[in-house]
Design a protein around this ligand. Structure first.
Ligand SMILES: [Zn+2]
Length: 333
């Protein structure tokens, strides 16, 4: 009967409108959620999964990268006594320099990765083979997707954990292992200059602290006229070498202070050359007296504001535009 058909057609139309409305709402919620996530991460939630769920978006997963434009952000992660910096590049790719002193699932480092839904990293760097820098990378190689790993050829033969971490990297499917040399430019983002200023690219081994520290991969990143210098644990010997090799090119707005604010680094001559405005010290509870008070005063005397992870916890440095830089403390989740 025509009336039955009409009712059927109206019902179909209403169902279509309802489904379309529901789908649109879900999609919109995904966008809202994405922008609310702390890392405004390049996440994308499987739409069909959301669509079939009665409650849209319960626990989203960052599984693929679809965004192509992000702010440049550096997180100086509070990992206790050790180093770890997470970087989100303007092309939304990600980098990690060092992984801190612990691979435990309850460590501050792993909590940072989990709370920000970080499941993959494009570029992982191990500055040098000391436990307060490489241990957390064991967790990264076991649990995250990693595309490229930058390492030095210096070995610390007494550390069995180091051998295990490097073994994990070697056995990881699809992982590219690179040993950069001083002067190399890393092609991470077309808008960011990533330059390796120092590295040990010939095989060597030592268990001596200063030898390993002075094998640190030193990286300078420049984006829209703002530069950040990542010093690893390199000491005064490396600083002298860098000054003679690069001179004024060392100038940087931000520095990840070398060796946790130790007196073995941050020489007056070096600070005078770099002229940082902001200095980040990655440090935790330790028995070495770090950071050294005189070193903090010295850094400040050259005009930099000093930030410490043992006091301010994880900090974000963000470059939005050439003239607008912000220092935003990370909120607890
Ligand atoms: Zn260290």
């Amino acid at each position: 009967m025509p009336l039955t058909n009409l009712i059927k057609n109206i019902a179909k139309l209403l169902l279509t409108i309802f489904l379309f409305q529901y789908y649109s709402d879900s999609a919109e919620s995904i966008e809202t959620l994405k922008s609310n996530q702390y890392l405004s991460y390049s996440s994308y939630v499987n739409k069909s999964k959301i669509f079939s769920d009665s409650i849209p978006i319960a626990s989203p997963e960052v599984d693929t990268t679809t965004k192509t434009s992000c702010d440049f952000k550096v997180y100086f992660i509070d990992v206790g006594q050790g180093d770890s910096e997470f970087i989100q590049l303007p092309n939304c790719k990600t980098a990690l320099i060092d992984g801190g002193p612990s691979a435990s699932k309850t460590s501050k480092f792993v909590s940072f990765l989990k709370s920000n839904n970080i499941n993959s990293i494009d570029y992982v760097v191990l500055t040098h083979p000391h436990a307060d820098h490489f241990t957390g990378l064991g967790y990264v190689f076991d649990n995250l997707n990693v595309a490229n790993f930058y390492d030095t050829k210096e070995n610390n033969p007494k550390s069995s954990t180091l051998q295990k971490v490097r073994e994990k990297a070697k056995n990881k499917e699809g992982l590219n292992i690179i040993y950069p040399s001083a002067g190399d430019t890393l092609n991470w983002d077309k808008d960011v200059s990533v330059k390796v200023l120092h590295s040990c690219d010939v095989p060597g081994e030592s268990s001596q602290g200063d030898v390993l520290n002075n094998c640190s991969i030193v990286i300078k990143m420049t984006y829209q006229n703002t530069s950040i210098l990542f010093m690893g644990d390199s000491e005064e010997e490396v600083e002298k070498e860098l000054i003679s090799k690069y001179g004024e090119e060392l100038r940087a707005d931000v520095i990840k202070v070398a060796h946790h604010g130790s007196a073995t680094a941050s020489s007056a001559e070096f600070l005078k050359t770099v002229k940082p405005k902001k200095a980040y010290i990655e440090v935790g509870k330790n028995s070495y007296g770090l950071p050294v008070t005189d070193i903090i005063s010295r850094i400040e005397s050259y005009g930099a504001t000093v930030h410490r992870t043992d006091i301010e916890e994880t900090m974000e440095y963000r470059i939005i535009k050439a003239v607008e830089n912000e220092n935003i403390p990370v909120e607890e989740k």
